[in-house]
Design a protein around this ligand. Structure first.
Ligand code: SF4
Length: 244
């Protein structure tokens, strides 16, 4: 009989033994990855624009924006008309799906960073914030909701080593991958987002968000919508494979 705690432990083991040891890759482009890690505003723009297309392509956008504009200076971006940003976005090799909305969000983000964070994106997270407070700060940007805010917080703390307190305040960011893995792995009875969030709070109360990345990766790698590859899946021995 496989218990939920066995499944949870295997998922967390997957993070510790495999994912944590992988070099953090956001894109297929090393220069774009370097920019995400080195320029906080590039990280923020990627979080804001991450929607409606393959994540690896979206996270390259700040790199291409910088190449086209010659900078990612929020003061200069804030002076641009939305139409001018639209023209820049149109030149991107990988465009966001809703590129007119993307242009507005880039301008709004620049203004918000100037108004609330003294023009420095790193001021969003460089005061050793509580995880819940940091999620709320991300949530205040146009284009960021609970899902993106919790994922951005998790990436900063776990992958980019930004000091963050009170991890118990984080939740999983429920997307289609998580909604697939949770019921199949017997961790939730349905794919209802609220039920999944409640399950993670019970299963991993000190850090509910810890289940986010490994479950997302399991969903992407093995637990596909059709024909899940249970034979190769890292958590196979601890997964009840409900409905599979
Ligand atoms: S691929 Fe199979 S073993 Fe892996 S999580 Fe999905 S149902 Fe479980």
């Amino acid at each position: 009989m496989i218990s939920k705690s066995m499944t949870r432990d295997k998922i967390l083991e997957y993070y510790e033994q495999v994912l944590k040891k992988r070099q953090q890759k956001f894109t297929q482009n090393d220069d774009a990855d370097k920019l995400i890690k080195q320029e906080p505003v590039a990280f923020l723009f990627a979080v804001i624009l991450d929607q409606g297309a393959q994540a690896e392509r979206i996270w390259e956008i700040p790199y291409h924006l910088k190449n086209i504009m010659g900078h990612l200076d929020v003061y200069r971006i804030a002076t641009l008309e939305e139409e001018e940003i639209c023209q820049i976005v149109e030149q991107l090799p990988s465009k966001p799906r809703y590129w007119k909305i993307a242009a507005r969000r880039i301008k709004n983000a620049a203004n918000h960073i100037i108004k609330r964070y003294q023009g420095q994106a790193e001021n969003i997270w460089n005061d050793n914030p509580k995880a819940g407070d940091l999620q709320a700060r991300f949530d205040n940007f146009d284009g960021v909701g609970q899902k993106k805010a919790s994922r951005a917080t998790r990436i900063l703390g776990m992958d980019l080593n930004v000091p963050i307190r009170n991890w118990s305040e984080t939740d999983v960011s429920v997307d289609e991958m998580i909604q697939r893995v949770f019921p199949r792995a017997g961790l939730s009875t349905t794919n209802n987002p609220q039920e999944i969030i409640e399950c993670t709070r019970q299963l991993s109360p000190s850090f509910p968000g810890a289940l986010d990345y490994p479950c997302w990766d399991i969903g992407r790698t093995w637990c596909k919508p059709q024909d899940p590859n249970c034979g190769e899946c890292y958590i196979s021995e601890a997964c009840p494979k409900v409905g599979v």
